[in-house]
Write a protein that binds this ligand. Structure first.
Ligand code: GDD
Length: 407
């Protein structure tokens, strides 16, 4: 891959945010120049072998999920965490069938579990995490972030070094394939074991008066980015627009960083990555634990990559968009860095969307680092009815094939 070098990096305490980098060629020819970095495909493949891609899904069209699954490079493991309906016709059953069928045909490693499996509730209870993730019936709460946490734990149990996310409602499988390769390219450039890659879509096309209009920004992303940048600017005294991926649903992170972070509920998970890192590792933050100190010394790197492909997905309506905006700005409002000026701007921005006098605090789920992962997965394997694990088949590696040919 040939990818633009970041023009600038904003250093905010231990957090390094690289400016947006464009993908110049997905498949390049090894020509490096001062403005662009060439990453050989072999290096990308090496990352993919240590990668798990998590697909959170809730009642999406089955054809879309099928396309997304087929697009994910073979070397990655796939983890589907579903919160889809179980009533007849059982959508989850259809999802399981699609996963199994694809595994039968490809032998790619795949997992699928239902978010509301009662055994997940027991496993979180056993891990001492019940107060953070379970509802009053002892089941995992609804929410995309909640599903992502389950996926991250399964990825950790596989010993993966990199964890990425891909939404299930993507109409263009080829773009999903690119997203995963872009993630890997980011990790190839990273110098810190604590790093994250966030994607900025080149375009998000919409139909306007019967024609496709290649829109660049959505309302939520634009607003969230503005306020995340304001948190930095008001603290440093220097205006910045470095953050352009505040709501990046398509993102990936090293397992070391996944262990370090806390997570905000539902769709506020992505902007909260920034808020958490600013509060805990930004300018003037005090390191509290040894792990924090290790990360602070290594630095936390955030890459923002502009995809070559546009993003075409399901539109979920105005109310959904407003809720997403509310969740995002609530995290900003409750940041330690949010001063009275930024608070007043957030209130102005939310206007009628805010039904209460002041933004509520989102539910924050603490680090998953301390969960005994082997015990957690053992419980699921023994008792969770919805948990299905399809292992990678015994496929000859290139080395083995060559040995046969020699023989
Ligand atoms: N497991 C699980 N549990 N998955 C869920 C749940 C849930 O409760 N709710 C939604 N999902 C799945 C959806 O099926 C989809 O695959 C993915 O999470 C994203 O949800 P959407 O409802 O399609 O979100 P969106 O397209 O409006 O927003 C996406 O893009 C934003 C950036 O523009 C999300 O990825 C946001 O998180 C992101 O900020």
């Amino acid at each position: 891959m040939l990818i633009e070098m970041p023009r600038r990096t904003e250093i905010f305490g231990s957090v390094k945010i690289h400016e947006l980098q464009r993908v110049l060629k997905i498949d390049s020819g090894g020509f490096e120049n001062p403005r662009a970095k060439d990453i050989p495909f072999e290096e990308i493949k090496n990352v993919l072998r240590h990668f798990a891609i998590i697909i959170p899904v809730k009642n999406e069209k089955i054809h879309l999920l099928d396309g997304v699954l087929r697009a994910i490079p073979f070397d990655c493991s796939i983890i589907v965490v579903s919160n889809s309906g179980r009533e007849t016709p059982d959508t989850y059953k259809m999802e399981q069938d699609v996963v199994k069928n694809l595994h039968d045909l490809t032998q790619q490693e795949m997992f699928i579990i239902h978010q509301k499996d009662p055994e997940l509730g027991f496993a979180f209870y056993d891990a001492g995490y019940e107060d953070h993730l379970l509802d009053k019936d002892g089941l995992v709460r609804d929410g995309k972030s909640e599903g992502m946490i389950i996926g991250m734990l399964l990825a950790k149990s596989l010993g993966k070094d990199f964890i990425g996310f891909a939404d299930a409602d993507n109409y263009i499988p080829g773009s999903v394939r690119e997203y995963v390769i872009d993630y890997a390219a980011g990790f190839c450039m990273s110098e810190s074991p604590y790093s994250m890659v966030r994607l900025n879509w080149r375009y998000k096309p919409k139909v306007v008066e019967d024609k496709l209009y290649f829109k660049k920004w959505g309302r939520v992303s634009e607003t969230t980015n503005k306020y995340l940048n304001l948190l930095i600017s008001t603290h440093t005294g220097f205006e910045t627009r470095v953050v352009v991926t505040g709501n990046a649903g398509e993102h990936a992170l090293t397992t070391k960083l996944a262990d370090l972070l806390s997570y905000s509920t539902g769709y506020s998970i992505e902007p909260y990555h920034f808020v958490y890192l600013f509060d805990r590792f930004g300018m003037g933050a005090e390191t509290i634990t040894n792990t924090d100190a290790d990360a602070a010394n290594a630095g936390i790197e955030i890459f923002q990559i502009e995809t070559l492909n546009p993003h075409i997905h399901e539109e979920k309506g105005e109310e959904h968009v407003n809720n997403m905006l509310l969740g995002s700005l609530q995290t900003v409002y409750h940041s330690k860095l949010c001063n009275d000026y930024v608070k007043s701007k957030v209130l102005e921005e939310l206007g009628d969307i805010l039904e209460w006098g002041k933004p509520k605090e989102n539910i924050i789920m603490p680090s998953i680092r301390k969960i005994d992962i082997h015990n957690f997965v053992k419980m699921l394997e023994s008792n969770a009815d919805t948990f299905a694990r399809f292992e990678r088949g015994a496929i000859e590696s290139e080395g083995e094939k060559t040995e046969h040919l020699k023989g």
